[in-house]
Design a protein around this ligand. Structure first.
Ligand code: ASP
Length: 345
């Protein structure tokens, strides 16, 4: 009996990869997936079963929101048993947020979900979209001993495969748009696809996929800066209904030590707000207590974000607040890795 063809479902959400120039405005706007497939006849050479689903209308990723993540999770769940892997075509601007969110919303995942996109539309001569799409499909279908090699939510971009919840978009112009400074690449694509097996999650393949579709959006990011005023801090910490804040701090988790700043943080925590400390740096981790300027935060009950990106921490909070009611349980989950997003074990 001939071996079954590898099968991959491509989910097109929008983004530059499928955009064309709007003749009226001269700006780029998303088009449907048939446009992309016409531009990449190479897809026929795979000999895979390739199917596609398109968001209607496709979205520039600036318009992606938790509703779109829920739609994605449902599409993945409904099609999970039908395909070996999934490729999500998505705009680069918020791709790290989406990949992070999905990494929390999918539990017991043992099939690849590979996000990719491009910096130049697929119809343009120098597009980076073709290689990104073709290699993402190859990775989504890749198996070893019958099991997917990369059973994670990832971003593949410009020759590198990253764990999605470790990435951030760091370059608006270059083809290598993403970095993962606190976690090594899961694969490098050169002449060969070289997988970094030691860095790839090894799940229990016998558990059933479970999706979580409740996300709490009453969260915010407060980035401290030299000169931040009492009014700004007070206004953000006291937003009505706010449940949690990602506090983006300096270096290893440092913030102004003015009495008013520390008092506002203490009061907000006493009123039930969860505050998580994440560094503004691209690499390294929060270590409250290393400097005097972070001791007050630690003593006030600010939770460490370890080496998390803001993108991963914000979506982790949305996920935890949407699915757990007890504050102690949420804080316990913040102090451990749920999906490989922080380096604590
Ligand atoms: N604005 C586009 C988007 O994020 C940029 C891109 O796709 O690279 O949808």
């Amino acid at each position: 009996m001939p071996a079954e063809k590898p099968s991959v479902l491509i989910i097109y959400t929008g983004g530059t990869i499928g955009m064309v120039t709007n003749p009226e405005t001269g700006s780029l706007a998303p088009l449907d997936f048939s446009h992309i497939s016409r531009e990449v006849p190479e897809l026929n050479k795979f000999g895979f079963q390739l199917d596609a689903i398109s968001f209607d209308p496709p979205l520039d990723s600036s318009d992606i929101n938790p509703e779109a993540w829920i739609r994605l999770a449902n599409i993945l769940n409904e099609n999970y048993h039908l395909y070996d892997g999934f490729v999500v075509l998505h705009g680069t601007d918020t791709m790290s947020y989406s990949a992070s969110a999905l990494s929390f919303m999918l539990e017991n995942q043992y099939k690849p979900v590979i996000f990719t996109g491009s910096q130049l539309p697929i119809g343009t001569l120098r597009t980076d979209g073709k290689e990104n799409l073709i290699t993402a499909i190859e990775i989504a279908a890749a198996k070893h001993n019958g099991y997917s090699i990369v059973p994670e939510v990832c971003i593949y971009f410009e020759n590198k495969l990253f764990r999605g919840n470790r990435t951030r978009k760091h370059n608006a112009d270059h083809f290598n748009a993403f970095t993962s400074d606190n976690y090594p690449a899961l694969a490098h694509a050169g002449i060969h696809l070289r997988y970094n097996y030691g860095a790839i999650h090894n799940p229990d393949k016998h558990l059933k996929l479970k999706i979580y579709t409740r996300l709490e959006t009453n969260v915010a990011v407060l980035k401290v800066f030299p000169g931040i005023t009492r009014q700004v801090t007070d206004a953000i910490l006291n937003i009505s209904g706010l449940k949690a804040i990602v506090l983006e701090t300096f270096g290893t988790g440092n913030a102004p030590t003015s009495d008013w700043f520390v008092e506002l943080i203490k009061k907000a925590i006493a009123n039930g707000l969860i505050i998580v400390n994440v560094t503004q740096c691209d690499a390294g981790m929060v270590d409250m207590g290393r400097y005097d300027t972070s001791i007050a935060l630690r003593d006030a009950g600010v939770v460490s974000g370890y080496d998390s990106t803001t993108e991963a921490m914000l979506t982790k909070l949305m996920f935890l607040l949407g699915n757990k009611s007890r504050k102690e349980e949420i804080i316990a989950c913040l102090n451990r890795s749920i999906s490989g997003e922080i380096s604590v074990f």
